[in-house]
Design a protein. Structure first.
Length: 190
């Protein structure tokens, strides 16, 4: 299929902190750049930049700038949607309501993919230890884990992708779900 015939895509990353979302988002951006422009939108990037500029720790800036970062991300999303570029939105998006805040802006001609990550607690702890500047208290992580609802097609997605500890374990479309045909997909790498 010629590149000009491909639909632009938005990928909404979903998952707990330390589950590999940002790593996957950057890998997707690189892969999608072969088919035209692609961009990763992350409120973390905004907060990290502000923290670096102000000399404050991430966790302090997060409390102060989370709403501003979200507004910046939504404005950036709208700008990039007008350009019909591939967009990867890198946030936790733990609930259908959080994902709906993004999906409401996505035009119908876009392919909408939910990429959700699952990770065992030991791997999550290992990954989080590599970024001590973003310390998240255990009780906050437990609360996030309790709130996490994996995305489904009723939310408006065209495709669901699941990654466990960074490895692709499922890729589902409505036709795969109806036939139960996931042969050849389970266990594939990104």
């Amino acid at each position: 299929m010629p590149v000009q015939d491909l639909k632009p895509t938005v990928i909404i990353m979903c998952g707990l902190p330390g589950s590999g979302k940002s790593t996957l988002a950057n890998r997707f951006a690189k892969n999608y750049s072969e088919y035209g422009s692609s961009v990763v939108l992350s409120t973390d990037d905004y907060i990290e930049l502000y923290a670096a500029e102000s000399g404050q720790p991430y966790h302090e800036v997060y409390v102060e700038k989370a709403t501003e970062a979200k507004l910046w991300m939504l404005l950036s999303l709208k700008v990039h949607l007008r350009r019909d570029v591939n967009i990867i939105v890198d946030r936790t998006h733990l609930t259908p309501g959080r994902r709906a805040e993004i999906l409401e802006y996505i035009p119908s001609h876009y392919n909408k993919i939910a990429c959700y990550t699952v990770v065992d607690k030991s791997k999550q702890k290992e990954w989080l230890a590599t970024r001590p500047e973003k310390h998240i208290p255990d009780e906050v992580l437990a609360d996030m884990r309790d709130k996490y609802r994996m995305p489904d097609f009723s939310e408006g997605f065209d495709e669901l992708r699941c990654y466990n500890n960074g490895n692709a374990v499922a890729c589902m479309t409505p036709s795969f779900i109806s036939t139960g045909n996931l042969d050849g997909i389970l266990g594939s790498k990104v």
